[in-house]
Design a protein around this ligand. Structure first.
Ligand code: PEP
Ligand code: MN
Length: 447
């Protein structure tokens, strides 16, 4: 493996003029917070990151499929048992649908336990006569439209650690303690979904799987694999203070790992080749991902892969493409074709959310379920055509019955958005739309 120069310091990273960073008033206070974070225990272990990287190598090679999902922006107030449980059961139900269709392992990754920082297209937000700093996620400032809430507060980074730790603790208990046992798969479907077409389909599917499980048990084959699942955490590595403080040298391998989450991605706005975010993630051993928007050329993708993953290590780098439903069929083929021709085996993941956002008549930021499905289909079409493997999907979703994206079998209209619009950032698929999406993806995965 090629030797990388040692981990850059936080000062080195700031010298690269990172984009999308908070402006903190008191540098000493920031230093103090970073020192405190550095002493806190890791949230994930290096060995778990290695395990995920190996699984992701399977998703690059066509032997596994990735389901990554969760809120656009987690919030401190959203760290409740009910909220975490609802997201988890949505992801577990989706994963079950996908596994049954694809007949390959589905790698389950939450956009959870760390997704508290948001890049913004504008530094400020104006309401009427008042202009204040934009909301940048609970890691940086508060959502309330007041000068106090919107000021950038470094103490919030300790809040991110605590919120992530509490979330991960419950997730680990759920997935190992019986909640993810396949025998309870009916309970992953909730009441409001049960009567919908996707809910009915889910009940039929689980009945079928139950019969298969009963058969396997009757044959005397007991598998631990049906009683628990592996579940991983991921978030956008945007806050350099937090991500750097959580990067530790592993005692086994003597290599740096970002211990704030298993998989760290960098966003479309901070993926500059010589930028601070690329510089930090290229040094860590975690599996990492980069979001690619519609302006990405094949050369840019190749340069990113060369810089972040010079050894071409299986499972190390994923490209999460978010081109938009109208562009994916035209623009993705060249990128996939040239990256593949270079001999690289990257993992291709489809984010059908971020290229399909628009403002509805009432001022709400929304996405049409039909566009989301169209982009997913475009992704599968492109990979089918090129003979490459569509490695996974990345979805903004919630386990609740919110009204943030239009369409789906409940035919949510723009006029319905106001009734339960709760996201602090981008619109998420609700539980029913998420399950519907899983069935649509499943149809493309059936061999
Ligand atoms: C996001 O994932 O919420 C996001 C901001 O994505 P992107 O970097 O693709 O715009
Ligand atoms: Mn988002």
């Amino acid at each position: 493996m090629s030797e990388l120069p040692s981990l850059p310091t936080l000062k080195d990273l700031h010298a690269l003029k990172p984009l999308q960073q908070p402006t903190y008033a008191d540098a000493d206070e920031v230093g103090d917070v970073v020192r405190r974070l550095r002493r806190l225990p890791p949230l994930v272990f290096a060995g778990e990151c290695d395990e995920l990287r190996e699984k992701m190598a399977g998703a690059a090679a066509g032997r596994a499929f990735i389901l990554q999902g969760g809120d656009c922006a987690e919030t401190f107030a959203g760290v409740t048992a009910g909220n975490i449980q609802n997201k988890l059961r949505t992801l577990l139900a989706m994963a079950l649908v996908l596994t049954y269709a694809a007949q390959v392992p589905v790698i389950k990754i939450g956009r959870m336990a760390g997704q508290f920082t948001k890049p913004r297209s504008s530094d400020t937000e104006t309401r009427g006569e008042v202009t204040l700093p934009a909301y940048r996620g609970d890691a940086v400032n508060g959502f309330d439209f007041t000068p106090e809430a919107r000021s950038h507060d470094p103490q919030r980074l300790l809040g991110v650690y605590n919120a992530s730790s509490a979330t991960l603790n419950l997730v680990r208990a759920f997935v190992n303690g019986g909640f993810a046992d396949m025998r309870t798969m009916h309970s992953w479907n909730s009441d409001f979904v049960r009567s919908s077409p996707a809910g009915v389909r889910y009940e039929q599917l689980t009945a079928e799987i139950e019969r298969a499980l009963a058969f396997i048990e009757a044959c005397g084959i007991e598998s631990e694999a049906t009683r628990r699942v592996d579940f991983y955490s991921s978030h956008e590595g945007l806050s350099l203070e937090y991500e750097h403080a959580m990067t530790r040298i592993d005692s086994r391998t003597h290599r740096p790992y970002n211990t704030s989450g298993h998989l760290i991605w960098i966003g479309e706005r901070t993926r500059q080749l010589d930028g601070a975010h690329v510089e930090l993630i290229r040094h860590v051993r975690n599996p990492v991902a980069v979001k690619l928007g519609p302006t990405t050329t094949a050369d840019t993708a190749l340069e990113l892969a060369d810089r972040i993953d010079p050894d071409g290590e299986a499972g190390r780098i994923s490209f999460i493409t978010r081109f938009g439903a109208g562009k994916i069929r035209d623009l993705l083929p060249d990128v996939v074709e040239k990256v593949t021709a270079s001999g690289r085996h990257v993992t291709w993941v489809c984010d059908p959310m971020h290229g399909n956002t628009y403002e509805a008549a009432g001022g709400f930021k929304t996405r049409a379920f039909s566009d989301v499905i169209d982009e997913v289909n475009g992704f599968f079409d492109v990979h089918d055509e090129l003979g490459t493997w569509p490695g996974g999907v990345h979805i903004e979703l919630t386990g609740d019955d919110v009204t943030e994206c239009v369409g789906g079998s409940h035919e949510l209209a723009e006029a319905d958005l106001a009734s339960r619009y709760e996201t602090l950032c981008d619109p998420r698929l609700n539980r029913n739309q998420s399950l519907e999406l899983a069935f649509q993806v499943a149809e493309r995965l059936v061999q």
